[in-house]
Design a protein. Structure first.
Length: 459
């Protein structure tokens, strides 16, 4: 039987394997090997292969520019490379032609796949440097390891790489270029004349500048995308806030009707003599259902009401306004310095509460916009009913004298609120500037029932 101490000794290693142990710090050599593996992997991981450079540009000529530049370099460097390798270095014509094609034609591929093109051109440059190692010394007019056409083509390729690849890949390309030049310098220092240093410096500068331009462009695009997303979120938030505010107002209207139903159902057995027991019981059921519905609506209102409105004094206690409050609204606007002419139709009768509330709020928002954006502008307000609907019209002209608007950028709630109120009732809204510099708000609110006439009155 295994002793308890031995069992505990066996259990401790098993438990220790389940918890992650901290990774020991790397030594300098291990860190160098890790960095080398990372850079090597970057050379085999191209960014967005197949996507043309500047392919997202808005203007067509900008999208075609990389093709034109690549074709220009290819057409000019291909014969130049072959002639230089044959005449100046004395290379065999077939080998000179093959190297010339391998060092220049992939520039066309660099438009959409610059990293793959770099592999082909860099390998061709290495083969060319090895083949030219036995050519005459630099004093006789040739340079080594990189001929002038190879340097020009490589710098053009570096531009394409900088406009596409990440920093890690660009660093790996530059280190590979410098390492190859240093190795050739060490293998045959007598033949080398320092062109490896020139090529490393030129390619490094081009890679750095092009990479900086690419990152700057990507940052600007990301900022533009974030601004677009923020604007869309702001518009969505404004819409939701307006819908919540309208829902809270309509709650008061519906709650009033539900309260009336409850009172009528509760008092029916006492007001109506001779009701059969079944009818009295039915009225009691109606009253209980109405009270339950009213309680559910209050819970819903608690969800819709924002914390900010609660902090500002709790729920609204005043009744929701209707068209009978328009005169007071217009008087307040006139005192604010805006001449307003109000016209209420003589045929205006009893309106549904939701329609009256929406009409009042539309006029209120329209007059508030006049005060904020066109102070002092003469304004006409008219509310005209017919058999099927109610027409609300608010038209303001230009200010009598140039005046600085109180607000240059609105919150976006005014027109959104108007649209939501009209949409809720199934109506239509037409808003927009007028030719004389004024503004027009016209809403059509349908009525589910014909108006009941009341005594003619005009305001």
């Amino acid at each position: 039987m295994t002793p308890r101490r031995a069992r505990a000794a066996y259990a401790e290693p098993a438990m220790s394997t389940s918890s992650p142990s901290p990774e020991p710090p790397r030594s300098g050599l291990a860190a160098a090997r890790h960095a080398l593996r990372t850079l090597t992997a970057a050379l085999g991981d191209p960014t967005r292969p197949g996507e043309p450079l500047l392919g997202n540009a808005a203007r067509p000529w900008v999208r075609w520019l990389p093709y034109v530049v690549a074709a220009g370099f290819t057409v000019s460097l291909l014969p130049t490379t072959i002639v230089v390798l044959r005449n100046d270095y004395g290379m065999n014509g077939a080998l000179a032609g093959a190297l010339g094609v391998a060092q220049t034609v992939p520039l066309l591929l660099a438009v959409s796949r610059p990293l793959q093109a770099w592999w082909v051109i860099f390998a061709a440059d290495l083969v060319g440097a090895v083949a030219l190692a036995g050519t005459p010394a630099p004093g006789q007019g040739t340079v080594w390891p990189w001929p002038p056409p190879a340097i020009v083509g490589y710098v053009a390729l570096s531009l394409a790489l900088g406009l596409r690849e990440r920093r890690r890949t660009l660093l790996a390309v530059w280190l590979a270029t410098g390492t190859a030049g240093i190795l050739f310098e060490l293998v045959r220092p007598v033949r080398s004349d320092g062109t490896w240093l020139l090529m490393s410096m030129l390619s490094g500068v081009v890679l750095l500048v092009a990479g900086a331009l690419r990152e700057r462009g990507e940052a600007r695009r990301e900022l533009a995308e974030q601004a677009t997303i923020s604007e869309a979120e702001r518009a969505r938030r404004t819409l939701l806030e307006e819908r919540t505010r309208i829902a809270r107002e309509l709650h008061d209207v519906v709650a009033h009707h539900m309260s009336v139903i409850t009172v009528q159902a509760d008092s029916a057995p006492y007001r109506l003599q001779g009701l059969p027991p079944e009818a009295a019981e039915e009225f009691g059921t109606i009253a209980a259902t109405a009270r339950e519905s009213l309680a559910e609506m209050r819970r819903l209102l608690g969800v819709l009401r924002s914390e900010e409105s609660e902090r500002q004094g709790g729920p609204e206690k005043a009744p929701q306004p209707g068209l009978d409050e328009l005169s007071r609204l217009v008087d307040g606007t006139v005192r604010a310095g805006v001449p307003v002419e109000l016209t209420l139709s003589r045929a205006l009768g009893e309106l549904p509460s939701a329609v009256g509330l929406s009409a009042y709020r539309i006029v209120q928002e329209a007059l508030a916009n006049v005060v904020r954006h066109a102070p002092g502008a003469p304004t006409r307000v008219s509310v005209t009913p017919d058999r099927t609907g109610l027409t609300v019209l608010v038209v303001n002209g230009p200010p009598p004298r140039p005046a600085e608007p109180l607000e240059t950028a609105g919150t976006g709630h005014g027109l959104v609120g108007m649209r939501e109120r009209v949409r809720l009732l199934g109506g239509t809204l037409d808003t927009g500037p007028l030719a004389d510099g004024g503004y027009r708000v016209a809403a059509r609110l349908p009525l589910t029932e014909p108006l009941t006439e009341k005594d003619p009155a005009s305001a």
